[in-house]
Design a protein around this ligand. Structure first.
Ligand code: SAH
Length: 307
């Protein structure tokens, strides 16, 4: 029995080492790309510092609990109530400007991709379905796969999406029947091919390790219908002082990649950048100056026969 257990442990160790090697490999490719631009990415959390992404992704103390601690954080009702304020980390006031800018960006991106009319969407790491309810459904989504691994949030999502409300001048709610609420975590999501026109992933890709991020994008690529797009909207450093940094959040186990780091990973995915926009920092859609800048990317892949 104990020998059997040891074998299982050994198998798990091998798997963990393979995963670490895959992340280090991707991180080293990012580092090589950015070295040409004179950037050396350094990282820190509240308790530790790393000289490079590849050093960070070898850190067993983070790797071992990377996904389990994240889900434990998001499922903790005291830390994360199942409300807009909860999923926005206490920043409910960001919802209105975020929604206005996202509606605009979705319209521009779909137009640039040649899309019009009703569309099939996936809302990845959806929390309680804030983006589904406030952005995707009112803008013509005929169906939305709402993906959320944290049980507490997923169980609250159907009632939240269905509750009628008016958000930023648009009537929302009453359309949970168009949604499927699925538990899939991004790193395990295995979508069918050619299912979606729009895959929206907001404030979540920092939960993925580098190699899982690339594999996630590859699966998104095959899950898109011809002309389909992936939208990534996330925190990212923008200035010269933050572009060569990454920050690791010890509480929710996520990595905030600076703009250069994030864009290098997008480039490695082979994606074409259809359009990008910074969440305004002035005017009525502005986010406060003391939070991370937030940027949206619309990605597509030219049809090169990859399925
Ligand atoms: N996109 C939503 C929620 C953002 S909060 C919105 O903009 O309102 C971040 C979300 O990511 C949480 O719902 C959390 O449960 C989810 N998450 C964390 N790790 C994840 C993973 N590995 N796969 C999918 N979702 C994850």
């Amino acid at each position: 029995m104990s020998a059997h257990l040891r074998n299982d442990d050994a198998a798990a160790d091998v798997e963990r080492n393979d995963e670490a090697a895959a992340d280090v490999d991707v991180a080293k490719r990012v580092e090589a790309m950015l070295r040409h631009e004179g950037l050396n990415l350094k990282g820190s959390s509240d308790t530790q510092a790393w000289a490079s992404p590849s050093e960070f992704w070898q850190d067993a103390s983070y790797r071992k609990t990377w996904y389990t601690k994240a889900i434990a954080y998001w499922e903790n009702n005291e830390e994360v109530p199942t409300t807009v304020d909860g999923v926005l980390g206490g920043f409910a006031s960001l919802d209105a400007p975020d929604v206005r800018a996202s509606r605009r960006f979705l319209g521009e991106a779909r137009k640039a991709a040649g899309q019009s009319g009703a569309f099939a969407a996936a809302d990845v790491a959806a929390g309680i379905g804030r983006v589904t309810k406030h952005v995707l459904l009112p803008f013509g989504a005929a169906s939305v796969d709402v993906l959320e691994p944290a049980r507490t949030l997923r169980e609250a999502a159907c009632a939240f999406v269905d509750a009628q409300d008016t958000v930023e001048g648009v009537e929302v709610g009453g359309s949970a029947a168009k949604c499927r609420f699925l538990a899939a975590p991004m790193q395990d999501w295995a979508p069918p091919s050619q299912k979606y026109d729009v895959i929206w992933a907001q404030w979540c890709v920092g939960h993925l390790t580098d190699s899982h991020f690339l594999r996630f994008l590859r699966r998104c690529r095959t899950a898109l219908k011809p002309g389909g797009i992936v939208v990534i909207k996330d925190n990212c450093g923008e200035s010269s002082s933050t572009d060569d940094c990454f920050e690791v959040d010890d509480a929710d186990r996520s990595i905030c990649r600076g703009r250069a780091y994030l864009e290098a990973l997008l480039a490695l995915s082979g994606a074409e950048l259809l359009c990008t926009a910074l969440q305004p920092v002035a005017g009525e859609d502005a986010f406060p100056a003391d939070i991370y800048p937030v940027r949206s990317y619309a990605l597509r892949w030219v049809d090169d026969g990859v399925t």
